[in-house]
Design a protein around this ligand. Structure first.
Ligand SMILES: [Zn+2]
Length: 480
């Protein structure tokens, strides 16, 4: 078995920011006409000066603390020089670890769920380049591309790991947990298209490192790594030397292809950015960040288990979907019954939204609000409706946005507790299911089958407790 080493460079946009990193153009460039969210500064016109966004420093320091990194007392910025059409200034303002200075975070570690630790080498704050839209044929074809600078200058947090991953599955676990953490920090809405991008380094048997650039989704990251491991394994088998290079992932053809030989660090001619003076963060700033950290996923998990008495299973499902966990807690404010509400959300509710779950903002655009679920679970707890009826009502809420009580009044779907009506149902089932009735006299388990038939007969509206009593009573009579 070959030895595989994988390292990641993750670029997460600070989507919470109102403005770009060094100018007052809007941070949210999405849904705007190309090249309208730009100014002299983010386009790098002569005579302009960058002004740092203070909030971006706070968010990146917070992220550094959350990933176990230390935050230095002073930071400076660097120019990374390279020529590429998406870079209007021909350099990117970023951070670099030299001359006794470090980026905003260094030397952290992040625990995977199986408690394996991945070392974080550094976290740096930098600006996003513009966006290149390739026309038909993809990046491989030699035809035209369009450039949109709306994104140029948006604040990015770059998270660089050590090459501690040994397989694509670990990478997926890490990325999932990282994006959950970024969401809990309210730094990045990871569901927004292109808000988290990933570069991957893969090396095998101590050989040269191959970098795969700019993969847009986590699923594709796993695929690209798998492809690259297979490609390099095949080259080893044929004794072909692996060269250090940068490759691109073609997510239509599902292959990596060579784009350029990899630059060495000196090719970038890093030098301190002369237009931004050294920024002294100071002990007070760092202490303040540490004392006001938002609740992180692990802490939330502990609170759900010990505070709300939820099972670890239920807590995990909720917390792995931050929007669902927030939804859960806003229902609790209206009706405090954590176990019942969690149970309803992770079963009936989640199964209904499953198809939709990966689409952006599924809870934001939904007609179902916390008050709907609070009322619905309350009705189940008060035995006013059965769980089956509750599911039907939920479907109607999804469609109409009406409150459960309104739907019940409309459709008369209340649970049937009337013994006369229920007895009719039981009689009818006993008449049609004669062999099951005989079976149920000796085999206790078969009674559930009869109960199921009664529920079906009443379209799920029978009160199961009363129906069960009636069935048992009837079984005791010899001529039933
Ligand atoms: Zn601008």
């Amino acid at each position: 078995m070959s030895q595989v080493k994988i390292g990641l460079e993750i670029h997460a946009q600070i989507t919470e920011l109102e403005s770009k990193l060094f100018c007052s153009c809007r941070g949210n460039y999405r849904d705007q006409r190309p090249n309208t969210n730009i100014c002299e500064t983010c386009c790098g016109l002569p005579g302009t000066l960058p002004i740092i966004n203070k909030k971006a420093i706070e968010y990146s320091a917070m992220t550094s603390v959350a990933l176990g990194c230390s935050v230095p007392d002073k930071i400076i910025f660097y120019r990374k020089n390279y020529f590429y059409p998406d870079l209007p200034k021909n350099f990117q303002i970023t951070q670099y670890n030299v001359y006794g200075f470090s980026s905003i975070g260094i030397g952290g570690s992040f625990e995977l769920d199986d408690s394996r630790k991945i070392r974080i080498s550094r976290i740096q704050l930098e600006e996003d380049p513009g966006r290149i839209a390739y026309l038909e044929g993809g990046t491989n074809a030699r035809n035209s591309a369009l450039i949109d600078y709306n994104r140029a200058g948006v604040a990015l947090i770059e998270i660089v790991t050590e090459p501690d991953f040994t397989n694509p599955k670990e990478v997926r676990l890490f990325l999932n947990k990282l994006s959950l953490t970024l969401e809990h920090l309210a730094v990045c809405d990871t569901l927004l298209e292109g808000s988290v991008r990933c570069d991957v380094n893969v090396s095998m048997n101590g050989g040269n490192k191959v970098e795969i650039k700019n993969i847009n989704s986590f699923k594709e990251v796993e695929r690209a790594i798998n492809y690259e491991i297979t490609r390099q394994t095949n080259m080893y088998k044929r004794s072909i030397k692996i060269v250090s290079e940068t490759r691109h992932w073609d997510d239509r053809k599902k292959i990596t292809f060579m784009s350029r030989s990899k630059e060495a660090e000196h090719d970038y001619r890093y030098f301190p950015e002369p237009d931004i003076p050294m920024i002294v963060l100071g002990d007070k700033f760092i202490a303040n960040i540490r004392n006001h950290m938002p609740e992180l996923p692990n802490q939330r998990f502990d609170r759900f288990v010990s505070g709300y008495k939820l099972s670890e299973h239920a807590s995990n499902i909720l917390i792995n979907d931050k929007k669902l966990a927030d939804f859960f807690e806003s229902i609790l404010k209206l009706y405090f019954s954590p176990v019942e509400i969690a149970n309803f959300l992770i079963t009936d509710f989640k199964s209904m939204i499953l198809d939709d779950a990966e689409s952006t903002g599924y809870l934001k655009n939904m007609k179902v609000k916390p008050e709907h679920i609070a009322e619905l679970v309350k009705m189940i707890a008060a035995d006013e409706i059965s769980r089956i009826t509750a599911k039907d009502i939920l479907v109607k809420i999804f469609e109409s946005g009406m409150l459960p009580s309104e739907i019940v009044n409309d459709s008369n779907s209340l649970k049937i507790a009337d013994e006369k009506i229920l007895m009719d149902a039981v009689e009818s089932v006993f008449n049609t299911e004669k062999s099951a009735v005989e079976d149920a006299r000796t085999n206790h388990e078969a009674i559930n089958f009869l109960l199921g038939k009664v529920m079906k007969y009443t379209s799920g509206r029978a009160d199961p407790k009363i129906a069960m009593r009636l069935i048992n009573n009837k079984l005791k009579k010899p001529n039933a």
